[in-house]
Design a protein around this ligand. Structure first.
Ligand SMILES: [Zn+2]
Ligand SMILES: [Zn+2]
Length: 89
């Protein structure tokens, strides 16, 4: 089924995420948005409550001891309980 995508939507991140459009202007706009968001996150000071969480390590690229430890712990738990990944076999 082809959805008719309004012209003004193309070239926006919304075209990519809301309309599932994968034309190059939409893809590029979405990539640019993701880049900006990542840049904003990594440039902004990391909120204190984020430290010591996997979120700090993964989304804020923080490599301080508490964040690294939290990330390591999450990775270990994922390995230990494969059920959470839906791999029960
Ligand atoms: Zn498009
Ligand atoms: Zn941290």
């Amino acid at each position: 089924m082809v959805r008719l995508i309004p012209n003004h939507v193309h070239g926006t991140a919304g075209g990519y995420s809301n309309w599932d459009c994968r034309c190059s202007p939409c893809t590029e706009a979405n990539a640019a948005k993701a880049r900006r968001a990542k840049l904003a996150r990594t440039n902004a000071p990391i909120p204190r409550h984020v430290h010591g969480t996997d979120n700090g390590y993964t989304n804020y690229d923080c490599r301080c001891d508490p964040c690294t430890a939290a990330h390591t712990e999450v990775a270990r738990q994922r390995r230990r309980s494969p059920r959470t990944q839906g791999e029960e076999e």
